[in-house]
Design a binder for this molecule. Structure first.
Ligand SMILES: [Zn+2]
Length: 299
């Protein structure tokens, strides 16, 4: 099943755009193979507003964000997760506005209480003032937001439901333009699949990923997303069956024609699948653990 990606999204850089009665978005100028056109900062409400994923700590972006919030009182700063394109602007935004920051916890916090090494790209400086848990509700001025914990892309990933519009801000958990990167050790494929199923059981009318445009048929899209992961798992099992033992070999067999800049991320996604298959005793490894190990099927 092909995923119905939406790749025609376009918006002006660093200018707020109203996209619904309660939602404005500001596109940061940080396009890349991981961020699509850039980070879409979300501003919710009027007069007293919440900001979701304030974005990168970049001078042009911070100036634009400040201008976009002129005349508003920021009451909440929410973070979906601690990647460098999402959370670093929370610190200067908090300094201007005094608004508290909200999120599941610091980078890696969903993974281990003691902290373990996590992948590149993590914002290790962000610590929320208020640590949210699944189901927590934030009452704003004219808006109500529910926290939906969705570990997988990162262990501390949160989606946020805007009740008044039956809308869900999905961060990088579900992206309309691409699949998401699940990079161990902080990313976890078992958690990721469970978090997709969690969204499938909800009744959100629209999804707003942080990158790209909205997803207007959530159930069909998430079903295709799940099917894609199962297909990928099947391809990995098949390449093991054909004698591939190392991750780079599997990437070359499976991701034909991939942008070379995305190969390391593809390798980490393959690793995430292999770790899940290992946990399920369908695959075993020998030699060094993790990326450098040799893998084989157990049956
Ligand atoms: Zn991310």
């Amino acid at each position: 099943m092909a995923i119905p990606f939406e790749t025609t999204f376009d918006a002006p850089y660093e200018e707020p755009v109203r996209v619904s009665p309660l939602i404005r978005r500001l596109l940061a100028r940080n396009p890349s193979p991981f961020t699509f056109k850039g980070t879409g900062v979300t501003i919710i409400g009027k007069g007293k507003v919440a900001v979701i994923d304030p974005g990168p700590d970049d001078p042009e972006h911070l100036a634009a964000l400040r201008a976009a919030l002129e005349g508003e009182t920021v009451t909440h700063i929410l973070i979906t997760h601690t990647h460098r394109d999402h959370s670093p602007a929370a610190k200067p935004l908090k300094a201007w506005t005094g608004a508290p920051t909200y999120g599941f916890g610091p980078h890696g916090s969903g993974r281990s209480e003691h902290g373990i090494a996590v992948e590149e790209g993590g914002d290790r400086d962000f610590v929320p003032d208020i640590a949210l848990r699944d189901g927590d509700v934030i009452a704003g001025s004219g808006f109500t937001i529910e926290a939906v914990h969705t570990p997988g892309h990162t262990s501390n990933h949160m989606c946020y439901a805007l009740k008044e519009e039956n809308a869900l801000f999905t961060g990088d958990h579900v992206m309309g333009w691409s699949t998401t990167v699940v990079a161990p050790p902080d990313g976890d494929m078992g958690d990721y699949l469970a978090s997709l199923k969690k969204l499938l059981a909800r009744d959100d009318a629209i999804l707003w990923p942080t990158h790209g445009g909205p997803v207007r048929d959530p159930k069909a899209f998430i079903s295709a997303y799940l099917a894609h992961r199962l297909e990928r798992e099947q391809q990995i099992v098949e390449s093991l069956r054909q004698g591939a033992t190392r991750i780079p070999e599997m990437v070359d067999r499976i991701y034909v024609g991939l942008d070379p800049r995305l190969k390391p991320a593809a390798g980490l996604s393959v690793l995430a699948h292999l770790l899940l298959l290992t946990k399920q005793n369908r695959v075993a490894s020998s030699g060094e653990s993790g990326f450098a190990a040799r893998y084989h099927l157990t049956t």
